[in-house]
Ligand binder design. Structure first.
Ligand SMILES: Nc1ncnc2c1ncn2[C@@H]1O[C@H](COP(=O)(O)OP(=O)(O)O)[C@@H](O)[C@H]1O
Ligand SMILES: [Mg+2]
Length: 235
């Protein structure tokens, strides 16, 4: 579904992604784990067209998309939930969700997707008229995910959805990520919470200072001593 071949991404002189290659098959949850500053967000931003790789290629369903504008990439079927869940604080929950569908014209399917999103996140339905800035952190994360789903993506990019949330909410968010996947959406999940991420992923990549240093099934990586020492608290 997604094939990244040897991309190099820079911020000025800073070489942020160094020859990264990665692939995602339809239906998978793939997780990308790594420490703060490793390049996880940079990779998601490059896939969604916010950054352009200097070299290398990105193929989505066989089409070259590296360097294409974000709107086109959303139209092709990739949605990105950025780190820090940027919702439009002065707009209602419902207006934020409508924005997620702004490139679509299929009114009937859009209203079906409203139902689906409200089914996944009943809390958003209860608060649909409320200003988004008044939501809790967990509710804003749900809204950011709901807004991304309103584009009806086939591939969903999630950047640290559990960041800053209480443990119970983290569990809820991960359960919903699994539900979204089971309803047919492929997922690339970026996390610092490696234990939780490996528990729902089929495969994983580990990134360190801009380079992929390990990959395998989630079970393999979860059992690797080296990975456990570095990312799983050594347990
Ligand atoms: N806008 C930027 N300008 C310059 N350097 C950046 C910018 N954003 C990120 N970086 C640098 O790129 C590297 C990777 O950052 P990032 O992708 O945000 O890491 P992660 O998401 O894994 O924490 C870091 O060294 C970071 O300081
Ligand atoms: Mg990040």
């Amino acid at each position: 579904m997604l094939k990244i071949n040897d991309i190099n991404v820079y911020y000025g002189n800073i070489h942020a992604l160094k020859g990264v290659s990665l692939e995602i098959h339809p239906g998978e949850i793939v997780t990308l784990i790594g420490a703060n500053g490793a390049g996880k967000s940079t990779l998601l931003k490059t896939i969604s067209g916010l950054l352009k790789p200097k070299t290398g290629e990105i193929l989505f369903e066989g089409e070259h998309v590296a360097g294409k504008v974000p709107q086109l990439i959303v139209k092709r079927g990739i949605s990105h939930v950025p780190e820090g869940r940027r919702v439009f604080a002065n707009m209602s929950v419902e207006e934020n969700l409508e924005l997620g569908a702004f490139l679509r014209k299929d009114k009937k399917a859009i209203s079906e997707d409203f139902e689906k999103v409200y089914g996944l996140f009943p809390r958003l339905f209860e608060r649909r008229r409320q200003l988004s800035g008044t939501l809790s952190g967990g509710e804003q994360q749900m809204l950011a995910m709901g807004r991304a789903l309103m584009a009806r993506p086939r591939l969903l990019l999630l950047d640290e959805p559990s960041m800053g949330l209480a443990p119970l909410l983290v569990k809820t968010i991960f359960r919903i990520i699994e539900e979204i996947n089971q309803s047919g959406t492929t997922i690339l999940l970026v996390e610092q919470n490696a234990n939780m991420a490996l528990s729902i992923a089929s495969r994983a990549y580990v990134i360190e200072t801009g380079k992929i240093v390990a990959t395998g099934t989630a079970a393999e990586l979860g059992q690797s001593d080296q990975i456990r020492q570095a990312y799983l608290g050594g347990h």
